[in-house]
Every structure is written in structure tokens, then in C-alpha cells.
Design a protein around this ligand. Structure first.
Ligand code: CA
Length: 230
């Protein structure tokens, strides 16, 4: 599953060039010209990382990062700040505000892609090779259809297995019930949203004897998250 990058940049040429390079590198790309548009895009789909221009019309990149960090749905979403400024002080300011990295324009797309991969790796995406996922002491083996907690097998139904696989491949991110339905049951299924709650309960019940149920977290008013931290 390829990662989705949201580019928030008002300069069309830079946005399109960057989007083209990222798509070529195998990422899914979403684009927005300002913070308001970015919020509309994010209401539809949660990106894995945001490339955020510092100098945007309306809300600045710094203010938008602050806003993302205040919202529990987006507080752990990685942000790489793009800026024309190269001063050390600006770099420190953007990192203090909560950006995960900082790239100065003009940048090479190769460097940018390397930085994106590094940030995603730090966020835990590298623990997943598409077949095995490791997080919070759990190991999920996709071909073997097995989950172990500290080496002991966790017994899961097929839906709980798919649900846990989805969560473990996207740690620390909050998903709404509708998004979970789309990813785990498929966008064309006619399952009610409360079905998600039922399977979350079953998943927690299966993880509880292993002391791992606390990693499947309810985020009130938003949905669910798999977190390394309890
Ligand atoms: Ca700009």
C-alpha cells in the first residue's frame, strides 16, 4: 500500500512539479493551494504526510502546523515544511512548531523524496514490508495469517485480523468509522458504521489476555487509532 502525501503549496508550478515527482516515486498525491483547501481535502482522506509551504496566502504554514498539532486527529501526522528561507532560526522555529523536518527551496526532488522516506520511517512505516508488521510487542504475519504477542499466538477472527493489519500498517493515525469501513470492508460494502464498533470490541477482547488491548484506542468524536503508547 503506497503512502499518501498531501502537498500544500500556493505556487502552482512547484506544486505540480513536486506532485509529479512524488507520483513517479510511487506515492499517492493530494494537492491543495492553501490551508483551507488542505482541510477540505483532509476531510475526505487522511494523508500519511503533509508537505507544507511556509508562505501561504491566508493561514501560514506555521499556523497551519500549530492547528494540526492541536487537533487529536492530526497531532501525529508528519509534516515537512517547505520554505524559501534558509536561515537556521527559521528551521528551529518550524521544528519547534511541530514540523518533523524542513526542506529549503529550491530543493531537488531526489532530496525531498529521501527526506519524506526518512520521516515516514521514523513514524514506523518501515516496520512494515507489506507481509509482516511489528508494533507494540505484536507481530502480524500476513502470509501466515498469524498474530503473536511476545511470541504467544493471539487468536483472531478473519475480520479482526484484517482490522489489526490495517491499524498496524497505519500506526498513530486516527480513522473515522467510515474510513475503517472503506479500508477493511471495502468502499462498496453496505455495512453499517456500528459494525466497526463490534469488531473493535472483539479485537480488544482478543488482545486483552496479552495486555495489548490498550493499543486500540477510541478517540472521542473522531474514531479509532492504533498507538504504540498506552
Ligand atoms: Ca508560497
Amino acid at each position: 500500500m503506497s503512502e499518501t502525501i498531501l502537498i500544500v503549496e500556493d505556487e502552482t508550478a512547484i506544486r505540480e512539479m513536486t506532485g509529479f515527482a512524488l507520483a513517479k516515486a510511487g506515492f499517492q498525491v493530494l494537492e491543495a493551494a492553501d490551508a483551507a483547501q488542505a482541510e477540505r481535502v483532509m476531510a475526505e482522506a487522511t494523508p500519511d504526510l503533509i508537505l507544507l509551504d511556509w508562505m501561504l496566502p491566508g493561514t501560514s504554514g506555521l499556523d497551519f502546523t500549530r492547528r494540526l498539532r492541536r487537533d487529536r486527529r492530526t497531532r501525529d501526522l508528519p509534516v515537512i515544511m517547505l520554505t524559501a528561507r534558509g536561515e537556521e532560526e527559521d528551521k528551529i522555529r518550524s521544528l519547534e512548531t511541530g514540523a518533523d523536518d524542513y526542506v529549503t527551496k529550491p530543493f531537488s526532488t531526489r532530496e525531498l523524496i529521501a527526506r519524506i522516506r526518512a520521516v515516514l520511517r521514523r513514524m514506523g512505516h518501515a516496520h512494515a514490508d507489506g507481509e509482516h508488521f511489528e508494533a507494540a510487542g505484536l507481530v502480524l504475519d500476513v502470509p501466515g495469517h498469524r498474530v503473536t504477542a511476545d511470541g504467544t499466538e493471539v487468536r483472531l477472527g478473519p475480520t479482526e485480523f484484517r482490522l489489526l493489519r490495517f491499524f498496524m500498517s497505519h500506526p498513530e493515525r486516527v480513522f473515522s468509522r467510515a474510513q475503517i469501513l472503506d479500508h477493511v470492508w471495502g468502499a462498496d460494502s453496505y455495512v453499517e458504521e456500528r459494525t466497526v464498533d463490534v469488531h473493535i470490541r472483539r479485537l480488544r477482547k482478543a488482545l486483552a489476555p496479552h495486555g495489548r488491548d490498550g493499543h486500540v484506542q477510541t478517540v472521542r468524536g473522531a474514531g479509532y487509532r492504533f498507538s504504540h503508547q498506552v
